[in-house]
Ligand binder design. Structure first.
Ligand code: NAD
Length: 398
């Protein structure tokens, strides 16, 4: 996909940016082949041989999340192993390949990726690239006959998500989105509690996911380059709050209103928003407020309040150390349902089960599509200053 097509694909965010007076597209965003991220610890010894029946994954994109979170957690998966790597930086590829015991013959560049079709040891591809590249590489992975795990957000637009789902169907291969919180014990317990009626009727959900971006520009950080990221903090971090609002309410909103803000003269926000605030109304009468920012002190928080009690999670959707407090009447209980870290291995094994036994995927491409539809509605509301009515599938009504 060209840069122009990527911008057009992210048209909802782009329309809202134009409405906010954003500058014209700046210099080209960062390229493939980035150096080894700071603070990566590579394994001191290659992993043991995979168990019989284990699903071999190719990792595409050896960046921060791949090297610090996902790749080390394959050791906790029961049914998956790293079988191949794809990178635009030959030095990093060699170093990471040695550390993870990936043979030279299973180390690919973006240019020779199509050769992976002949590698029977690779059954799935895990896409951990900047968002603007997800659709293109998912389609290439399906064309090579592989299953796909794709990082969040699924893509830049609902149109790209639909194309990815169609490619997965044509190839008869699985498509799963790396929405790890669905496999995380604190979030799973919160879902169960919210659905159990223990909180009474759910009335108010509040989520906040914010951090302060460094002194970057769109030319040095893809997260603030519109062609690679969309509108900014909502796709990157606020998506966790949007997801939580949906999995705790168990409903789709019937109406939403949103505002998005971009300060003038700050190079970080030449192409993306600094803050996005969303209010969603659910058919049950519950309301969710989802707030996200790239320019305020860090917070990762979810609260759900019903007529009889409340859940408080702070941090709520982290890699490790999430917390959950249940308040009912005069009681305040701190729950400890398990180690947050198991989310990674459980997520990988979920795709392995879908591949081997045909079990349904709980975070399929359709969920990623739903979320992109909602984001398009959010940007449409922010651009128009009006609330937007929604169909049950998240598309805008009328
Ligand atoms: P990153 O910038 O650290 O890594 C991106 C990698 O992609 C780099 O190695 C880079 O060289 C490579 N790349 C290939 N083509 C590129 C191009 N044209 N421009 C820029 N880089 C290119 O990013 P990250 O933080 O690892 O994020 C990657 C993906 O993982 C994103 O989709 C992000 O949303 C997702 N992510 C998910 C979580 C989570 O908790 N699920 C957390 C962090 C990131």
């Amino acid at each position: 996909m060209t840069r122009r097509q990527a911008i057009e694909a992210g048209s909802a965010a782009a329309a809202a940016m134009v409405a906010s007076g954003a500058l014209a597209q700046g210099p080209a965003p960062v390229e493939k082949g980035q150096p080894m991220p700071e603070g990566v610890t590579l394994p001191s010894a290659p992993p043991p041989s995979p168990r019989p029946g284990s699903v071999g994954f190719a990792i595409i994109g050896l960046g921060d999340y791949a090297l610090k979170q996902i790749m080390p957690r394959f050791a906790q998966s029961q049914r998956c192993h790293i079988a191949a790597l794809v990178s635009g930086n030959p030095q990093k590829l060699a170093q990471v390949g040695e550390a993870y015991g990936v043979p030279v013959s299973a180390r690919y560049s973006y240019e020779n990726f199509a050769e992976i079709a002949a590698n029977e040891g690779v059954e799935a591809v895990y896409i951990i690239l900047p968002t603007g590249l997800h659709a293109e590489w998912a389609e290439r992975a399906f064309a090579a006959g592989k299953h796909v795990m794709c990082e969040k957000p699924m893509a830049l637009s609902a149109a790209e998500c639909s194309a990815m789902i169609a490619a997965s169907e044509r190839a008869n291969r699985k498509l799963m989105i790396g929405y790890r919180c669905h496999f995380e014990p604190y979030n799973r317990t919160a879902m169960e509690l919210a659905a159990s009626g223990k909180l009474g009727d759910l009335r108010l959900i509040r989520t906040e996911h914010s951090y302060r971006l460094g002194p970057d520009t769109p030319a040095t950080n893809w997260r603030i380059a519109r062609a690679q990221t969309g509108g900014g903090p909502l796709e990157d971090y606020g998506i966790y709050g949007l997801q939580a609002a949906l999995y705790l309410s168990g409903e789709m909103p019937e109406r939403l209103s949103a505002s998005a803000f971009r300060p003038e003269g700050d190079p970080r926000f030449a192409e993306v928003f600094a803050h996005v605030a969303v209010q969603m109304h659910f058919p049950s009468g519950a309301v969710a407020q989802v707030v996200t920012s790239y320019d305020s002190a860090g917070i990762n928080m979810v609260e759900a309040r019903g007529t009889e009690g409340a859940l408080r999670m702070h941090p709520a959707t982290g890699y490790l150390g999430n917390t959950l407090v249940l308040e009912t009447g005069r009681e305040r209980r701190t729950l400890e349902p398990g180690d947050s870290e198991v989310q990674f291995g459980a997520m990988l094994d979920h795709l392995a089960a879908a591949i081997r036994e045909g079990t349904p995927i709980i975070t399929p491409g359709e969920m990623g599509l739903r979320d992109l539809r909602l984001m398009e509605a959010i940007y449409a509301s922010a651009a128009s200053g009006r609330s937007v009515a929604l169909n049950p599938d998240g598309t805008m009504r009328g």
